[in-house]
Design a protein around this ligand. Structure first.
Ligand code: HEM
Length: 527
């Protein structure tokens, strides 16, 4: 009995010490060692306190940035002529901590999310040097984000790596071909027309103020639901609502990604996201099953239908290209990657056009020249050049994807600096798009003509303009976005003129994407 008792005591004591050691190792010893190594490799940055890393400073700076600095706290000025101006100099308000650290440590430094080191990059030269020898398939995505965003993206294309990414990219790319996009243009016109009819009814009933961001996000959700799964909004709304709810659960709570055991801080939210994730998966599984069973050929036009074809354009005959599990993840990826980003590009555009009525007129003139009085379609939108400049300028000033992320899967040498295998990278797109050294002193002005004769808008460095990312992992949906953007904007501009509502409070914020924190209220007048 005595011996058994002793064995049990040793066992429990041993286990307890083992747990303590593991906690100590992952929370302090291992990150402290990495911190020292990175310092020795020449990387500076704010000093972390493990296990929180730099979270304290991040939260402190965010709170400071949220405090209004003057009486006119909405960053919108109305002039005597009734027109309005907004401040496009947004980097220090959306990323106050990066803006502060940049001043102290330059455009490349290390900061810490909990016990995870992140290499911050806002220097296109460094980025070019770093990425020049690395192929798309050799990049990783930060494991902490993969884990955190698992319910949203699963192992879909945004998160896939290595040969799995190559396979998915190869299978999915043909679905975004011009011929397939063309088939989607009529559903875009249809959804937009329904939204605009609703706006007209609202205006006629005496409500000319419309939160365009809310409206366009819903319509873009409808479009992506139809384009991805071939579903009507009514049928797709269950998936749509759950996907939105999950996004809010994941991103509106106080989060400490990278801090060990941080999920235990808000177990309710973690469970909620997991539950929603499972419900969405179940819905998508049934949608895919229904697609597989439908023989009428109509489903083939949407992205899912195209991915379900067994004999696709690219000559992969006979075999199923993606498993049902993989298709579920890709459907979620299209939804999250595709609808909000496009909706935000359109919403920020309407805001900038509301403050620049001369550009509303220029675009209307171009639309008249290019489309005549006929309905917009796929072939016509390519001719809307000025609209293309406006789109680029909006994506520069208000990039819906405010950063691009990578993880090194091998040691990378950049000049005299060695980036160790496993280092996370955070490329600050907002910072580069607002850098006067790259764009000139008028960097914060809305000047679509920058893009007139130059794909890079006169940026001094080709890696300084990255609204859709870079290299082999560049956004796969960009052509779909351009088409949707032009179709929706053409429809809006031909029916309404836009101005800012006094209710609008200009406060761009990051909730995964770069979005207006308090909606985007405009006054619309039928033309
Ligand atoms: C204005 C609209 C959009 C913006 C600003 C945007 C931005 C981005 C960015 C910055 C990336 C990361 C690229 C990188 O890591 O280098 C990305 C990747 C991706 N986007 Fe988009 N995107 C938009 C629209 C769409 C649409 C409409 C879809 C699909 C329906 C889509 C699907 C994807 C996918 C699947 C990836 C992962 C590509 C890969 O890693 O191979 N995006 N996007």
């Amino acid at each position: 009995m005595g011996v058994l008792f002793q064995v049990l005591v040793f066992f429990f004591l041993g286990s307890f010490l083992h747990v303590i050691w593991r906690v100590l190792f992952s929370c302090w010893i291992s990150p402290s060692r990495t911190h020292l190594k990175l310092r020795r490799n020449g990387f500076g940055g704010p000093s972390p306190n493990f296990p929180l890393g730099n979270y304290k400073e991040i939260k402190r700076n965010c709170m400071k940035a949220a405090v209004p600095s003057s009486d006119n706290n909405n960053n919108t000025t109305f002039t005597s002529s009734g027109s309005s101006k907004i401040c496009n100099d947004i980097h220090s308000s959306v990323f106050p901590y990066f803006s502060r650290w940049q001043k102290a440590h330059g455009k490349v430094f290390i900061y810490w999310l909990g016990t995870e080191p992140f290499l911050y990059i806002a220097d296109p030269d460094f980025l070019k040097e770093m990425s020049s020898g690395v192929m798309g398939k050799s990049w990783g995505k930060p494991r902490v984000f993969k884990h955190d965003r698992e319910p949203m993206f699963g192992n879909g294309l945004v998160m896939a790596e290595g040969n799995e990414w190559v396979h998915h990219r190869h299978v999915i790319t043909p679905a975004f071909s011009p011929a397939n996009l063309k088939a989607m243009s009529s559903l875009m016109v249809e959804s937009t027309t329904r939204m605009l009819d609703k706006w007209t009814a609202l205006i006629n009933s005496g409500n000319p103020e419309i939160d365009v961001e809310r409206e366009i996000t819903a319509t873009a959700g409808e479009i992506i639901a139809k384009a991805s799964f071939g579903m009507s909004y009514e049928n797709g709304s269950k998936v749509f609502e759950k996907l939105r709810a999950m996004q809010i659960t994941l991103f509106k709570s106080n989060r400490y990604v990278g801090v060990p055991f941080s999920k235990l801080i808000s177990p309710k939210k973690t469970m909620e996201a997991k539950k929603l994730g499972n419900e969405i998966d179940a819905l998508l599984f049934s949608i895919i099953k229904a697609h597989k069973n439908s023989n009428d050929g109509s489903s083939q036009k949407d992205l899912l239908g195209l991915l379900l074809r067994e004999d696709p354009v690219n000559g992969m005959s006979g075999t199923k290209m993606l498993t049902t599990r993989q298709l579920v993840d890709e459907c979620k990826t299209f939804f999250f990657g595709g609808h909000e980003t496009t909706a935000l590009a359109l919403s920020w555009t309407l805001l900038l056009l509301a403050t620049h009525p001369e550009w509303q007129n220029k675009l209307r003139e171009e639309i008249r020249e290019v489309t005549g009085d006929r309905e917009t379609d796929f072939t016509k939108v390519a001719g809307l050049k000025k609209m293309g400049w406006v789109m680029n300028e909006v994506l520069r000033l208000y990039p819906p994807s405010p950063n691009v992320q990578r993880q090194a899967r091998e040691d990378i040498q950049v000049n005299e600096l060695l980036i160790p295998n496993g280092t996370n990278m955070w490329i600050d797109v907002v910072a580069m798009h607002h850098d006067p050294k790259l764009w000139g002193e008028d960097v914060n002005e809305f000047k679509p003509e920058r893009f007139k004769d130059d794909l890079y808008g006169g940026c001094k460095h080709k890696m300084g303009f990255l609204p859709f990312g870079f290299g082999g992992r560049m956004c796969i949906g960009r052509n779909l976005t351009v088409m949707e953007y032009k179709i929706v904007l053409t429809s809006i501009l031909t029916r309404f003129s836009l101005s800012i509502s006094p209710a609008y409070n200009h406060s761009p914020a990051i909730v995964l994407s770069l979005r207006p924190a308090n909606g985007l209220q405009l006054i619309l007048q039928p033309l």
